[in-house]
Design a protein around this ligand. Structure first.
Ligand code: SAH
Ligand code: SF4
Length: 332
């Protein structure tokens, strides 16, 4: 699929034609121009020849069929991963990558271990959404949520990420409401500040994973450049100006960040209006074990006793390496 080429081919076409094409591509989610029956046959044939819509991807389904992972090969051969999660409540969330790989090397993350290749273009990000939009259409379903929790640090590719959201938000196009997008960041302060100034009501999530400077730096090297205290200040400012909830992701790692002491320390910094902690079960990576469910329960109880809002994340797609932090873009 090549968008730049589509624009070229349509140069000089009337406005209504462009509208028909937008509808076919982003609402009807066609995967072959022959399905765009509002267009003259000759144009369909030309588009099919010069700008085919196929996306080069291999799909993997989890045993329970609730998670599908796509391994997409980009034009330059770089591989990225995208995950679709079909929730029991009817939501269909697509977890998109913003970069091929990630330079931030968090200790517990498979993406970080594989290193950084390059930023994705807005089109390469949007393409991940169309792939699963088309997939769901075949079973008469729709994407309801898009989360930037795949490979990469979205705020180190800020403009392309925001342009993708603006593009997918366009009511004449894909038309997904801004509130259905979430960006997860390891704490890039410039990004948090910039997001505060955007008109759109995009959700913000912070990968916290530790309650203090020392432990967080051990787990997330980026914490040396953007210390936890400064990140929390930027979030506080965001909450003051935007009055929107912020999610703090906390991955439970056995014997590392899951003690009662950690919970108490975390409670102190999280007991704020509009803050909530999302406890995530660690998807195993070499050297780290997930906390037991008893430990997680205890940890959660301590947070709740302090009046902190807590949610827990359901595990998706571990068997196909499609869970958070397992996306490494490797060939199976
Ligand atoms: N780079 C961004 C967004 C992508 S990572 C960020 O770090 O926020 C998406 C989420 O998956 C983050 O909260 C990240 O900390 C988490 N994650 C990474 N490795 C994980 C693992 N092994 N198990 C569970 N969650 C993990
Ligand atoms: Fe990068 Fe996020 Fe993984 Fe850290 S957790 S290495 S920031 S993708």
């Amino acid at each position: 699929m090549n968008f730049e080429r589509i624009d070229e081919l349509l140069l000089g076409e009337p406005v209504y034609r462009i509208k028909q094409i937008k509808k076919a591509l982003y609402q009807d989610l066609i995967d072959d121009w022959s399905q765009a029956t509002t267009l003259p046959l000759i144009l369909r044939e030309k588009l099919n020849k010069e700008s085919p819509l196929a996306i080069d991807a291999e799909l993997f389904e989890s045993d329970d069929k609730k998670t599908v992972k796509a391994l997409i090969t980009l034009k330059d051969g770089v591989k990225i991963e995208t995950v679709l999660m079909e929730h029991k409540d009817g939501r269909n969330t697509v977890c998109v990558s913003s970069q091929a790989g990630c330079a931030l090397a968090c200790a517990f993350c498979a993406t970080g271990k594989a290193g950084f290749k390059r930023n994705l273009t807005a089109f390469e990000i949007a393409q991940q959404v169309f792939l699963f939009g088309r997939y769901l259409k075949k079973i008469k379903q729709k994407i309801t949520n898009i989360v930037f929790m795949g490979m990469g640090e979205p705020f180190l590719n800020y403009d392309n990420v925001l342009n993708t959201i603006k593009f997918l938000n366009d009511p004449d196009g894909f038309g997904l409401g801004a509130r259905n997008f979430s960006i997860s960041t390891s704490g890039i302060i410039e990004g948090i500040r910039k997001l505060s100034t955007e008109r759109m009501e995009i959700n913000l999530a912070i990968s916290l994973h530790a309650p203090n400077q020392k432990l967080r730096s051990d787990l997330m090297p980026i914490n040396k450049k953007y210390p936890i205290g400064k990140v929390l200040e930027a979030v506080a400012e965001y909450v003051r100006t935007r009055k929107r909830r912020v999610m703090f992701e906390y991955v439970m790692i056995s014997g590392v960040n899951d003690s009662n002491k950690d919970a108490n320390e975390l409670a102190k910094i999280m007991k704020k209006p509009l803050y909530f902690v999302n406890l995530i079960s660690l998807n195993p990576v070499p050297g780290f074990e997930p906390s037991t469910s008893e430990r997680t329960e205890k940890f959660k109880t301590i947070l709740l006793e302090h009046g902190v809002q807590v949610t827990q994340r359901y595990r998706f797609g571990q068997d196909i390496d499609a869970a958070c932090g397992q996306l490494a873009g490797k060939d199976e």
